[in-house]
Design a protein around this ligand. Structure first.
Ligand code: ADP
Ligand code: ASP
Ligand code: MG
Length: 249
């Protein structure tokens, strides 16, 4: 069974957290899953890079900004593959371009169109855990694009859709989806399940926990999504069309 997992920036902020995420990947792999792991840039890397670019150019060409920012996720992917190797596990990191994630040419806000090669599948078939740099793809001209802030969620669901994964697990710094941002509203209520429509509404209202295009894709391709904590045990929140649709795995 193929499982796609995704770890956000705070879940990868330092070496210890990368190792913690690697242990979660290892547990799935050792339980017999094929695993694609999508990673974000570490911690505040993307914000720091944006600031650094601004010191060079206050309005940099979007093509160059994409080429630059995509490197944040690429560094995480290679570090994650190293952490898995250190645990004795077979792993390979791929950039979005190597993974063949095709997008349109709208730099800084590209839309995912499909997979243009079967590299990820080939690596899975060789027995590898495939670590894919999130947030990025390649356009028809062969240039690096990025998917908009928070876009690694979309990479994960897109890969789950195109590779027909059983489930997409989004590991983050909260233990599920709440009715409101739990960091701003201490009385927010955690939802054990939420439908695609309601989740899309939350995401479009700005709930950062999932990128809105990731929810659109999940609904379009009927990908079961689970949002859960990288740090604490628990099932988190299941996102499907109907509550009973989540596979028992
Ligand atoms: P990651 O780095 O893992 O992608 P994000 O920072 O993008 O994580 O998203 C997680 C954050 O989303 C949480 O820390 C939380 O403050 C915020 N958030 C906003 N609205 C919600 C909500 N309705 N439910 C859960 N988290 C929410
Ligand atoms: N690193 C990118 C961002 O900070 C993408 C992501 O984290 O999903 O927006
Ligand atoms: Mg995010």
């Amino acid at each position: 069974m193929l499982t796609v997992v995704k770890f956000g920036g705070s879940s990868l902020a330092d070496a210890g957290r990368i190792q913690n995420a690697a242990r979660r990947i290892a547990a799935l792999f050792e339980a017999g899953h094929q695993v694609v792991a999508v990673v974000s840039a570490q911690g505040d890397t993307t914000d720091d890079m944006i600031e650094k670019a601004a010191q060079i150019h206050t309005d940099p060409p979007k093509r160059e900004m994409d080429a630059y920012l995509a490197a944040g996720e690429q560094m995480s992917a290679a570090l994650m593959a190293m952490a898995l190797h250190k645990m004795g596990l077979p792993a390979i990191s791929l950039t979005g371009m190597q993974a063949g994630l095709m997008t349109d040419g709208v730099h800084s806000d590209a839309r995912v169109l499909g997979l243009r090669n079967d590299r990820v599948r080939q690596e899975l078939d060789k027995g590898n855990i495939v670590v894919v740099a999130g947030f990025q793809g390649v356009d028809g001209a062969g240039d690096i694009t990025t998917l908009g802030r928070g876009g690694s969620d979309t990479t994960a669901v897109a890969l789950a859709a195109f590779l027909q994964a059983a489930v997409c697990k989004i590991y983050t710094d909260v233990d599920g989806v709440y009715d409101r941002d739990p960091r701003k509203f201490p009385d927010a209520v955690k939802l054990p399940w939420i439908g695609y429509d309601e989740m899309l509404q939350l995401a479009r209202q700005g709930a950062q926990v999932l990128h809105d295009r990731c929810v659109e894709l999940a609904q379009m391709y009927n990908v079961p999504v689970q949002v859960l904590s990288s740090f604490r045990p628990g099932e988190g929140t299941f996102i499907t069309a109907l509550p009973e649709d989540f596979p028992q795995i």
